[in-house]
Design a protein around this ligand. Structure first.
Ligand SMILES: Cc1ncc(COP(=O)(O)O)c(C=O)c1O
Length: 381
C-alpha cells in the first residue's frame, strides 16, 4: 500500500470511519474549500461562520464568490450557540460552519438538527479538535462533513496539512472529481517542509521556542519557507496561485508517525487542562465552564489577561511557550476587516476576547506552568 493510502486508512481507523470518507490536502483550508465547492457554494450563497476564527476560513468562502455571514461567539465557550446561529439564517444560507475552538465544541447536535430542518449543510471546523470528543462522539462526525488541520501546533503535526471527512455520503460524488484535480506539491515544497519538520523535532526546545517562532514567521512572510499562510492570504481575498494542493508523501509519513502516540498526548493535555482549570478557579479567574471539562481534549487552555503584549513578554522571559492565537476576530489580521465583510461593531464578544486571550501550553509540566502563572496572577482576568 502506498504511503498516502496508509495514512488515509490510519486516519479512518482512528475516527472509526471508512477510508473512502477521508481525503488529504496540503492544508486544512484546502479541505474546507473543496467541501464548500462540492456542496455547490457559489455567488449568491451565504455561509454562516463564527466571528472568531482564522482569516483563511472566510477566504475559502470568498474565493468561491459566496458571502460569509459572521456570528458573534459565546464568550465563555468561544463558540457560537444554536440560538445565535439561527438568527443569522436566511433563504440564501447554504452552509453553516461549526467550529471547535482550541478543542472545545458547543451545541453541535443542536446546530446540526437546526440546519437539517432548514435543508442547510453543516461543516465542522475541527482544525483544533482531532481526536477530541463531544457528547461521547469524535469531533467532526455529526455534521455533513468536517475538516482537520495537522499544521504545527495542532493536535498532531505534519508541519502543515489538512484532512476532510465526509459523513454525508451523497457528497462523496462531487468531492472525488475535485480531489483528482489537486495540484501536486513540488519537490522544493516537500524538501523545505522536511527540513522544517526535522528542525522542529530536534531544535525546538523550550529555550528556543520564541527565537524559532519569530524566525519562522519572518521567513514565511517573506515567502522563503512554506509558511502557514502566505502574505496574500492575509492581505486580501484573492485566491493564491497553487492554492488547491494535495498532500505530499512527506506529510503522510510524518502523520503516520504522529498518530501512533496521539492518544497518549491527548490524555496528557486533558489532564493538564483540568489541573490548570482548577488552579484558575481557585484564584477566582475566568475559566471554561466546568461541565465542558469531562468531554473535551483541550489543545490549549484559553486564558484572558489584562495586557497581552506585556504578558507575552513575561512568558518569553520565563521561557514559557505561551500562544497568542486569535488576536483578532479574523486572526491574525489586525487592520481593517472590510475586505472580509466583517463589521466589528456587530461582534462585541469576539472583539473583547481577541483583545485579551492567550493560550496556555498543555504539553509542558503543569507545575512549571503554574509557577509562572503564580508570578503574574494579578495580570490574569
Ligand atoms: C480555527 C481555524 N480554522 C482553520 C484553520 C486553517 O487550517 P490550515 O492552516 O491547516 O489551513 C486554522 C489554522 O490554524 C484555524 O485556527
Amino acid at each position: 500500500m502506498n504511503v498516502e493510502l496508509t495514512y488515509q486508512s490510519r486516519i479512518a481507523e482512528y475516527l472509526h470511519v471508512d477510508a473512502e470518507q477521508v481525503s488529504l490536502y496540503w492544508k486544512g483550508r484546502v479541505a474546507l474549500y473543496t467541501m464548500l465547492k462540492a456542496m455547490g457554494v457559489g455567488p449568491g450563497d451565504e455561509v454562516v461562520l463564527p466571528a472568531f476564527t482564522c482569516v483563511v476560513v472566510p477566504n475559502a468562502i470568498l474565493y468561491l464568490g459566496a458571502t460569509p455571514i459572521y456570528v458573534d461567539i459565546n464568550p465563555t465557550v468561544l463558540c457560537c450557540s444554536a440560538e445565535q446561529i439561527e438568527q443569522a439564517l436566511t433563504p440564501k444560507t447554504k452552509a453553516i460552519l461549526i467550529q471547535n475552538m482550541l478543542g472545545l465544541s458547543f451545541e453541535v447536535e443542536e446546530i446540526v438538527s437546526l440546519a437539517k430542518s432548514r435543508g442547510i449543510y453543516t461543516i465542522e471546523d475541527c482544525t483544533h479538535g482531532f481526536g477530541g470528543k463531544h457528547q461521547g462522539v469524535f469531533n467532526g462526525l455529526r455534521s455533513d462533513a468536517s475538516f482537520f488541520s495537522s499544521q504545527w501546533n495542532k493536535p498532531f503535526s505534519t508541519g502543515i496539512g489538512g484532512m476532510l471527512v465526509v459523513n454525508n455520503r451523497d457528497l462523496l460524488q462531487p468531492v472525488n472529481p475535485l480531489n483528482s484535480h489537486l495540484i501536486k506539491p513540488s519537490a522544493k515544497d516537500q524538501y523545505i517542509l522536511y527540513i522544517l519538520i526535522w528542525a522542529r523535532t530536534y531544535l525546538l526546545k523550550g529555550f528556543t521556542y520564541w527565537t524559532f517562532l519569530r524566525l519562522y514567521r519572518w521567513l514565511s512572510k517573506k515567502g522563503v519557507v512554506v509558511g502557514s499562510s502566505s502574505a496574500s492570504e492575509l492581505e486580501g481575498i484573492q485566491m493564491p496561485k497553487d492554492y488547491v494542493k494535495g498532500m505530499s508523501k512527506v506529510q503522510c509519513r510524518a502523520g503516520i508517525k504522529a498518530l501512533s502516540n496521539l492518544e497518549q498526548l491527548i490524555s496528557q493535555r486533558k489532564n493538564s487542562g483540568i489541573l490548570v482549570h482548577d488552579w484558575l478557579t481557585s484564584q477566582g479567574k475566568t475559566t471554561v465552564p466546568a461541565e465542558h471539562l469531562a468531554q473535551h481534549a483541550f489543545l490549549k487552555y484559553p486564558m484572558l489577561v489584562k495586557d497581552r503584549e506585556l504578558f507575552l513578554q513575561h512568558a518569553e522571559k520565563e521561557k514559557i511557550p505561551l500562544g497568542d492565537w486569535f488576536i483578532s476576530p479574523l486572526h491574525p489580521v489586525l487592520d481593517s476587516l472590510e475586505p472580509w465583510g466583517l463589521e466589528v461593531s456587530n461582534v462585541p464578544n469576539a472583539v473583547y476576547i481577541s483583545k485579551h486571550i492567550v493560550n496556555l501550553p498543555l504539553e509542558i509540566p503543569v507545575p512549571r506552568l503554574i509557577n509562572f502563572l503564580e508570578l503574574y496572577k494579578n495580570e490574569i482576568i
